[in-house]
Design a protein around this ligand. Structure first.
Ligand code: SDX
Length: 427
């Protein structure tokens, strides 16, 4: 591969170019500042790779997404979420024995300590579930002080399994506290998804059996959200981990990053947007017009993506699943039709076509979550549950990387020149 050459003034610097598995090229600017006194400015790191990763491949132009080389549509159809949790972290799909052992180890760690109930009960009933989940995830670190060393492989492995095992329980218990219902304990006879749904929706007064349609849809949705390379929240997890913070603190940082409406919080924002459209009787043309108006802060939530400039393969799968799940459940949600109309109008509009704005993973997912019985402000914790194995795999990859360095970007200072203090009495 030929090198890259940067000319600055009468100086010239030759920089090596590395090539990825799928032919992506990356110029190594490690010597840029020491040789030419230059730093790069790249808002939002849109053109910058911090390093190499073997976890997930995304081709935004062709709408390709693969976890450890496996296409997302095959994984969504053929595997279980725990298989994907294993694949993302260990790099290979588990054998039957490996999967049985992994499932067993997750099942054995689903219980929370009784005193964590005080944590949930310290919050207002109306507290946002993402704030509670981030706090509870941080709190887990205080229960396992001997398993926090990021360089201790055994400690990292058990902590990762505890997080996968206990996050559904934390989500469900925070929900039960909010709706003033008794906590439901994990049931080790149930599979991962059924156990979560049971903890969420069962009540002592009657038998609860999770609808297989919902269990299957949940499994698929968790897989579709499981990883996505160096997105905002995964980058937050890596950044916090780069300082050798423990895995619980790093994942909590990812949860906070995901909560933003430009990122994972978009799935909640989409439903609220669709609800407002139906409630106001606004027609979709008016909504699309507002989304294009630079003087209007309104954006079409669930549309656009930093990487996908063709289509988000996950959105296509979820759109079809939304129709199938609602049909199977006998749910007639007018929001699905409004979403379809919005997509149709937007995809024929030059503003969206020129900017290559397509529905992303968040555009249709909330419609399914709502049909499954989840409240709107819990959609993003469902995204977090799905993304957990991705965060763990990204964090573990960085922690195990001998060339990893603490994240410490440069800046271009544009503040005041040097000046002397004037004492307060003289100001
Ligand atoms: C996720 O990175 C990942 O992988 C994330 C994710 C994952 O799995 O981790 O895929 C999950 O976060 C999906 C994205 C969810 N967010 C939303 O749906 C919020 C709405 N979308 C946007 O705000 C926006 O599209 C982003 C944040 C997703 C991407 O922002 P970029 O890449 O920084 O693009 P941009 O803001 O610079 O927009 C480019 C142009 C601008 O117009 P111009 O200045 O060129 O005239 O497109 C416009 C934007 O105004 N634009 C939109 C729009 N999204 C971009 N205009 C109207 N509605 C939108 N939704």
């Amino acid at each position: 591969m030929s090198d890259a050459v940067i000319r600055f003034g009468d100086e010239e610097l030759t920089l090596p170019v590395h090539v990825g598995t799928e032919g992506e090229k990356g110029v190594d600017i490690g010597k840029l500042r020491s040789s030419l006194g230059l730093v790069t400015v790249d808002r939002g790191f849109a053109n910058t790779a911090e390093g190499r990763s073997s976890v997930t491949y995304i081709n935004g132009e062709e709408g390709i997404l693969r976890y450890r080389g496996y296409p997302i549509d095959q994984l969504a159809e053929e595997t279980s979420f725990l298989e994907v949790c294993y694949l993302l972290q260990y790099g290979e799909l588990p054998s039957k024995t490996e999967l049985d052992d992994f499932e067993e180890s997750i099942t054995r760690h689903t219980l929370l300590r009784e005193d964590t109930k005080h944590l949930f009960e310290a919050f207002p009933h109306a507290a946002h579930p993402m704030q509670i989940l981030a706090s509870a995830t941080s709190a887990l670190a205080t229960y396992y002080p001997d398993k926090l060393d990021p360089l201790d492989a055994e400690a990292v492995d058990i902590s990762a399994r505890r997080l996968i095992a206990k996050t559904p329980t934390m989500i469900a218990w925070s929900y039960k506290y909010r709706v003033h219902q008794p906590y439901v304990y994990p049931d080790n006879s149930l599979d991962y998804g059924s156990n979560f749904l049971n903890m969420m929706f069962s009540v002592p007064a009657e038998k609860y059996v999770a609808d297989p349609v919902i269990v299957k849809a949940l499994n698929m949705l968790l897989i579709l959200h499981a990883d996505h390379g160096q997105n905002c929240s995964s980058s937050a997890v890596r950044l916090v981990g780069s300082g050798h913070a423990n895995i619980f603190s790093s994942i909590a940082a990812g949860i906070h990053a995901l909560s933003g409406p430009l990122h994972g919080g978009a799935n909640q924002a989409v439903l609220e947007m669709l609800d407002r459209i139906v409630a106001s009787g606004q027609d979709v043309d008016t909504v699309v017009k507002r989304a294009k108006d630079k003087d209007d802060p309104f954006r079409l939530m669930g549309f656009g993506h930093r990487v996908y400039k063709n289509f988000d393969p996950r959105a296509r799968i979820i759109k079809q699943a939304a129709a199938d799940v609602l049909d199977s459940l006998g749910v007639d949600d007018p929001l699905l039709e409004v979403a379809r109309q919005l997509e149709e109008v937007a995809l024929e509009d030059d503003y969206f076509v020129e900017r290559k704005l397509y529905p992303n993973v968040d555009f249709y997912s909330g419609i399914i979550y709502r049909a499954m019985g989840f409240p709107t402000d819990m959609f993003t914790v469902l995204f977090a549950l799905g993304r957990l194995p991705g965060w763990l795999s990204q964090w573990r990859e960085l922690s195990a990387d001998p060339e990893a360095k603490i994240f410490r970007p440069r800046q271009l200072y544009v503040g005041p020149e040097e000046r002397d203090i004037v004492r307060v009495e003289d100001r």
